[in-house]
Design a protein around this ligand. Structure first.
Ligand SMILES: Cc1cc2nc3c(=O)[nH]c(=O)nc-3n(C[C@H](O)[C@H](O)[C@H](O)COP(=O)(O)OP(=O)(O)OC[C@H]3O[C@@H](n4cnc5c(N)ncnc54)[C@H](O)[C@@H]3O)c2cc1C
Length: 382
């Protein structure tokens, strides 16, 4: 049996970070054919590494705070700069590599890993059984059994549940989060993007860009709503959209009345097209049965109905779209100590999405992966 001081299962963002810090004889096990593959898909291929505003309020639990005090976004940027990865921030504080390419991040992380003589990487390697022993752990793959003193679970969301079960570790069920929503048909709206939409559902209230699909709705603000829904296990419901959140209802009323007065021969679709995407104008007027009406026939009541519809556009969602970015659920931070070691299973560490920490869109999830990987890696350094 090959013996290692540390075995890390999962070579994604947090597993790589952890291996980079480890100074002991370490085995990094990856089930797929490539280390860090997911990083290439992040941030639409640009990799939104972190955010300048990493605050607990953007996560599902305030307990993350004490971990960010150990390794925050500024320290992450310094760390990456030392690896040769330099970044810029957009208006929302989202940090991307200057190259605008996720390949930069992965390539330079891999380069740094390749220089670590204490780290052995095995790809296409799937552990089938992990067990706690008196002094450490055994990790059995289909071909071989390894022994280690410390075990790090860094398999990402929902992929390492069998190991948690084998080690009899409690965890909250993993549920997909940060994804689009399926909706009833959005007639004629597929591909329409609308900026500055206020999205409301119970206590969720956020403004952002949305993208209509034939039977779905997407965009960062919808992803963030999905996180809220996933955490509360809400799968169907009614979202209200204010399609012109920057225009007060009174002003909208005045604009529409003025346009109707000045352009009596316009159709109402043409009147509303002055304010909203034409497809939305059509969709709304059809729903109000006003699509055949001319401005000159438009009543005060019609204008009031239009304002109300634009400010309270209803979308019924019927489920979650596929391709979630993260999972909510995992090992509760309350069961882990300040170094992310399990309080009941000595020598077991959890990082990244294995822990019940999930953030909204904007670099928050990768930051958690870097932070948790760094903290555990530092612990394994001694
Ligand atoms: C399309 C997409 C875009 C995203 N964009 C962003 C973004 O721009 N910014 C941001 O902050 N977050 C983003 N995220 C989320 C972010 O990528 C994850 O939160 C982060 O990668 C989690 O890190 P992790 O180490 O926990 O897991 P992962 O990075 O998922 O790594 C887990 C690794 O473990 C391996 N593995 C799984 N099971 C096993 C097993 N049984 N044995 C061995 N290996 C195993 C996997 O193959 C994988 O390589 C995005 C996610 C997706 C899907």
């Amino acid at each position: 049996m090959e013996k290692y001081a540390v075995i890390i299962i999962g070579a994604g963002a947090s597993g790589m970070m952890c291996a980079l810090q480890s100074a002991k004889k370490t085995l990094l096990i990856e089930a797929s054919d490539r280390v860090g593959k997911k990083i290439l898909a992040t941030g639409n291929g640009k990799c939104n590494i972190t955010n300048d505003q990493i605050l607990a309020q953007y996560y599902n639990t305030p307990l993350v705070d004490k971990y960010f005090q150990q390794f925050n976004s500024e320290q992450t940027l310094q760390y990456f700069a030392k690896l040769g990865i330099f970044t810029y921030a957009d208006q929302e504080g989202r940090r991307y590599p200057l190259s605008n390419s996720a390949h930069t991040v992965l390539d330079l992380l891999l380069k740094a890993l390749s220089l670590k003589s204490n780290v052995t990487i095995k790809v296409n390697c799937l552990p089938v059984q992990v067990a706690k022993t008196k002094d450490g752990f055994t990790v059995a793959t289909q071909d071989q059994t390894y022994v280690c003193d410390k075990l790090v679970l860094a398999t990402g969301g929902n992929s390492g549940t069998q190991y948690l079960d084998q080690l009899q570790v409690n965890y909250k069920n993993f549920l997909p989060s940060l994804m689009g929503l399926k909706t009833t048909k959005n007639k004629g709206l597929a591909g329409v993007r609308v900026s500055n939409v206020r999205v409301r559902l119970k206590d969720f209230n956020e403004v952002g860009e949305i993208l209509f699909k034939e039977d779905g709705i997407s965009g960062i603000v919808i992803f963030n709503l999905s996180a809220h829904l996933a955490r509360n296990n809400i799968r169907t419901g009614r979202i209200t959209l204010d399609l012109l959140s920057k225009v007060e209802a009174n002003n909208l009323l005045r604009m529409l009345a003025s346009s109707v007065n000045h352009n009596p021969h316009y159709s109402l679709v043409e009147i509303v097209e002055g304010l909203l995407h034409k497809s939305l104008a059509k969709n709304i007027l059809e729903k109000l049965s006003l699509d055949k009406k001319l401005a000159q026939d438009c009543t005060e009541q019609d204008i009031n109905a239009l304002v109300n519809f634009i400010k309270n556009f209803v979308v019924d969602f019927t489920g979650y779209a596929d391709n979630n970015q993260v999972y909510t659920g995992g090992v509760d931070l309350k069961d882990l100590d300040t170094n992310l070691q399990h309080k009941q299973v000595q020598g077991l560490y959890c990082t990244g999405e294995v822990v019940d920490v999930d953030g909204v869109c904007g670099g928050y999830n990768l930051q958690w992966a870097w932070t948790s990987g760094k903290i555990v890696g530092d612990e394994l350094h001694q």
